[in-house]
Design a protein around this ligand. Structure first.
Ligand code: ZN
Length: 355
C-alpha cells in the first residue's frame, strides 16, 4: 500500500468533519473509500489469478490513491491469453456490481436503488455505480488501461505484435489528446482530473510501444550478441586513484572488479565519486564496489539481462563464460543494439549472421 493512500483516507475523514458533518458521516466516507479500494484489489486479483492460469506469476499488487497496479512477472505474448488477462479485471467489477445490485434489490426493493442516484444516496448503490464506472474507465481502448491491451490482442490476431502495439498506442495517444482538449473546454477552469488522465495515458502508451519494440527486437538473441567486449576491469586491490584514471581515460562508467580471475563486484561511477568525496583516492576498490550485482553468462537470453537491468540497482552486469569475465552488458548498450537493429530493419538472425 502506497503511503499516500493513508493521506487520502485521513483527508477524506477531515474533509467531512470540516464541512460540518458529524463523525458518523466522516466514518462513512472513509468506509466507502475502503470498500472501493477493496473492489480495486479484487480487480487486480482478477488479472493476477487469470495470469496464473497461464503460469505467469504476479510479483506484487500496489495500491495507489488512483487505483491498483498488479505487477506480473511478464505479459503473455499469446494474444488470446492477453485478452483474457486484461478482461478479467473489469469483469470482476461488473460481477461485483451485479452481486451488489441483487443484494440491494433483495434487501430494500427497487426503492433503495433510486435513492442511490441522488447524491449522498445509500452506500451500496453508490458502490454499484462506482464499480460500473471503474469497469468502463478501464475498458477505454488506451494503454496503460486494460482496454488498450484488449485492443492490442484483437489487432494482434491479424498482424504482427509490434505493429498491433504501435497502432493501439497511437489510438491511446489520440484519446489522450482528446481528453487533454476536453479538459480545457471549461477554460479558464480546466478539469484537472481529465488533464491528469490525459497525461497518464499519453506517457503510458508511449512506454508500452517502446518496451514492446525493444523486447521484440531482442527475441532469440543471447547476451553474447549484444555485450560490450572492449572494456577495462579493475582489481579489488586497486585504489580509487586507479579507478579515476580508468574513468577519465575512457567513456566507460562502470567497471567490473576482479580478484584473480573471479568477478567479485562492479564499481559504478556514482559510488566511485561518492567514495572519493568521503574518503579520498587511497581507498581500495574492494570496499566501494557493489558485490550484489548479478553475473550473467553469455549464452543466456538477452531479454533476461534486460529485465534484470531494469529492476536491479546495478547499471552494469558482468558477463562470464565458464566463470571468466568476457564482457559487460548495460541498458545503453542494449538500447544501441536496438537502434542499430531498427535502422537495418533486418531480422535479428541476419544481423547475428553477419556479426
Ligand atoms: Zn485492470
Amino acid at each position: 500500500m502506497h503511503w499516500t493512500f493513508l493521506v487520502l483516507i485521513g483527508g477524506i475523514f477531515f474533509w467531512h468533519l470540516g464541512h460540518g458533518q458529524g463523525v458518523a458521516a466522516a466514518a462513512q466516507g472513509v468506509a466507502f473509500v475502503l470498500a472501493l479500494f477493496a473492489c480495486v484489489v479484487l480487480h487486480e486479483f482478477g488479472h493476477a489469478l487469470t495470469a496464473r492460469r497461464y503460469h505467469i506469476r504476479t510479483e506484487d499488487i500496489t495500491l495507489l490513491p488512483i487505483g491498483g497496479v498488479a505487477r506480473l512477472e511478464r505479459m503473455p505474448r499469446d494474444p488470446s491469453q492477453e485478452l483474457w488477462v486484461a478482461l478479467a479485471g473489469p469483469a470482476v467489477n461488473v460481477v461485483i456490481a451485479a452481486i451488489l445490485f441483487i443484494l440491494l434489490i433483495v434487501l430494500q426493493g427497487l426503492g433503495g436503488f433510486s435513492n442511490g442516484v441522488t447524491l449522498g444516496g445509500n452506500f451500496m448503490a453508490k458502490l454499484i455505480f462506482t464499480n460500473l464506472a471503474l469497469a468502463a474507465f478501464n475498458m477505454l481502448p488506451a494503454f496503460p488501461m486494460d482496454g488498450g491491451r484488449v485492443l492490442r490482442s484483437i489487432l494482434a490476431r491479424r498482424m504482427e505484435y509490434v505493429r498491433a502495439t504501435e497502432i493501439a498506442a497511437r489510438i491511446g495517444q489520440g484519446m489522450a489528446i482528446l481528453f487533454g482538449f476536453l479538459s480545457f473546454l471549461n477554460f479558464p477552469n480546466p478539469n484537472p482530473f481529465l488533464l491528469f488522465i490525459a497525461l497518464f495515458v499519453f506517457i503510458g502508451a508511449q512506454e508500452e510501444a517502446q518496451m514492446v519494440q525493444i523486447t521484440s527486437s531482442m527475441r532469440g538473441l543471447t547476451v553474447h550478441d549484444a555485450m560490450i567486449t572492449h572494456f577495462r576491469s579493475l582489481s579489488a586491490e586497486d585504489t580509487l586513484a586507479v579507478a579515476v584514471e580508468a574513468l577519465i581515460s575512457s567513456s566507460q562508467q562502470d567497471f567490473p572488479v576482479l580478484k584473480g580471475d573471479e568477478v567479485v563486484g562492479v564499481l559504478t561511477r556514482n559510488d566511485l565519486v561518492k567514495a572519493l568525496a568521503e574518503g579520498g583516492p587511497e581507498i581500495k576498490v574492494a570496499s566501494v564496489m557493489r558485490a550484489d550485482c548479478q553475473l550473467v553468462t553469455e549464452s543466456e537470453l538477452l531479454e533476461k539481462s534486460y529485465e534484470i537491468l531494469r529492476k536491479d540497482k546495478c547499471s552494469t552486469l558482468p558477463v562470464v563464460r565458464e566463470g571468466r569475465l568476457v564482457g559487460m552488458i548495460t541498458l545503453e548498450n542494449i538500447a544501441e543494439w536496438v537502434m542499430v537493429h531498427t535502422a537495418l530493419h533486418h531480422t535479428p538472425q541476419t544481423l547475428q549472421g553477419r556479426a
